[in-house]
Design a binder for this molecule. Sequence first.
Ligand code: FEO
Ligand code: CA
Ligand code: CA
Ligand code: CA
Length: 598
Amino acid sequence: AAQTATPKSSFNFTEITAGSDETHHAPEGYDADILMRWGDPVLPGAPAFDPQKQTAAAQKLQFGYNNDYIGYLPMPGAVDPSRSGLLVVNHEYTNEELMFPGLGGRQESKDANFGKMTKDLVDIEMAAHGGSVLEIRRDGGKWAVVPGSKYARRLTAETPIAISGPAAGHDRLKTSADPAGKTVLGMVNNCSGGVTPWGTWVTCEENFNGYFRGKAAGQPDEAKLKRYGAPANQYAWGKFYDRFDVAKERNEINRFGWIVEIDPFDPASVPKKRTALGRVKHEGAAGILARDGRYVVYTGDDERFDYVYKFVTEGRFDAQNRAANMDLLDRGTLYVAKYNADGTGEWLPMVHGQGPLTAANGFASQADVLIDARLAGDALGATKMDRPEDVEANPKTGKVYVILTNNTRRTDAQVDAANPRANNRFGHIIEMTPNDGDHAATGFRWDILVKAGDHTVAATGASFHPSTTKDGWFGMPDNLAVDGQGRVWIATDGNSPAKTGRGDGLWAIETEGALRGASKHFFQVPAGAEMCGPFFTPDDETLFLAVQHPGEADDEDPKAAPATFETPSTRWPDFKPDTPPRPAVVVITKKGGGKIAV
Ligand code: FEO
Ligand code: CA
Ligand code: CA
Ligand code: CA
C-alpha cells in the first residue's frame, strides 16, 4: 500500500535545544538583537542609565521595568508599513531585589523589603511602571528607535488617566483627591494588551491588588476586597502614599483593575480606563472585528478558578473616520464564558437587571456589575478556569485561543470538561469556534488544542502531537501571537530548569491538519526570565519579543541562591560586573531578510 507522506511542518526553522543559561537563543539563521533595555532613554533629556545612582526623575524619562505586552502600529502613510511604526510596550511590575542595591530576598517576598523601601525607591518604582511609546524604523536590515520622536511617551503610576464608560463618576470611584470619580493617577501591573483597528493601544491592569496595603478584615468592603485578593501588601507604596492604603482611601482600589485605552499617535492625549470592559485582573485585550463591524475584545482574568470574558461594542468600526471610533469601547455588552461538557458554550451577558444581576443580589446598577465583575461572574455561574491568560482570535480561521496557564489547586472533585486535569501544573489551551463564525455570537463550540507538559511521560496527561520533540513541548503557556499567515506562537511563563529541564521561551504550534498539536521550540529566554510580548510586523519579517525579569532565581529550585542586585542569576544583556540584569525588547529577523519560519 502507498505510504502516506509525513505531514510537513508549517514552520520552517531548525528547532533550538530546550534548556537555560545566561543568555537568549534563537534558531540558526536568525538575528536576535536588543532594541531597548530598562533605563534606556525614551524622552528628551533622559540621562544615561546609572544603576548605582537611580532617580525617579531619570526613570520618568527612561524605558521602564519588566516589559510585557508589545504592540506594533504601522506609521500611517509609511512607504513600507512594516518598516516604520510605533512600538507600544507595557511595563508590568518591578523587581525591587534586582533593581536596587542592598535589598535582599526574592520577588515573592517583596514584603520582606518593606522596611528598607524609602520614598525615593518607591518613586523610582512608580516611574518604572506603566508603559512606553517608541517610534521605531528599520533602515537597511536593522531596527532602531527614532531619537527625539514627537511620539515618544512614558506612562507611569502617576500619569493622569480619565475614567470613562458606565462606571465613570460613580460614588464607589470617588476619592478625596478626585471627588468627581473621573480621573485617576496611573496604571499598574499592565500585563498584556492589544492594538485596535483604529490605531490605539489597549493595555490591561492585572495584579492591582498587590499595590495596596492594609487588611481586608474589618473594612466596609471586606467581602469585595477578599474576592480580589486585596490588599496583597506586595509593595511599600502605601507607606508614603495614603491612596495605596485601603484603610485610608477606601475607593482608590476600585479605580484599578481596568483596561486602559491610549492613543499613541497623540502624545498629549489623556488615556482612558474603559469601565465597560469590567474590573478583573485582566491579562490581555486582544480584539477582532465581528462580521457586522462591531469590535470584540477578549480578555482573561488571571486567577485560579476565574473567568474568561468578551466585550462586544454597540457601535461599529468606521475605517473612514478614526475620530468616530475613539470611544467605541465605552458602550457595549460584557459577557462571561460558560463551557458545557458537551463541547458547546455560552457567553452570558453581564447586564444589570438581567438574571441574578439585581439590586437584591448586591448589584444596584451597571457600575456595580462592572466594578465587581468577578462577583457578577459568580452570580451568573460562569466556568471556573485554570488561570485564564491571553485570549486571542486567529483572523485567518476565526478560531479563538484561550490560554490557561496552570492551576495546581484544582482537586479531582473540581475537574470539569474544560479544565480536565487536577493539580494542573502545566496548563492547557482551549480553542473556541464562534457560532456561524461570528465573534459577536453568544454561542460557541470548544475543544482542547493541547494539554501542556512533557507528553512522553504518561502521568502528565500532556497531549502534544507525538512528532513533538523533547525540545518542542512546553509548560505554562501565557501569551500568544498569530502571525500574518494565521500560524500560532506561544510564549511561556513558569518553566523551571530545575524541574522541567527548560527555561521559558517561544514555541510555534500547529493548529490545523494532521500535525495539530505539534510544537517546535523557537526562542529561549536568559536565566530567570519569562517570555512576553510576541508580536509580528504585518510582513512577518520581524518578531518583537519581551524578555521579562531576567536574573531571577529558579523558584522551583530549592538550592537556588536568592537572586538580588548583587547576585542575579544572569547579568543579561549587558554582562557587566556592576550592572544588574535589564528587562529588554528583542527583535528577531532572518539573516538576509525574509519572512520568519517560512
Ligand atoms: Fe502578568 Fe497573567 O501574567
Ligand atoms: Ca508577566
Ligand atoms: Ca502574562
Ligand atoms: Ca503568567
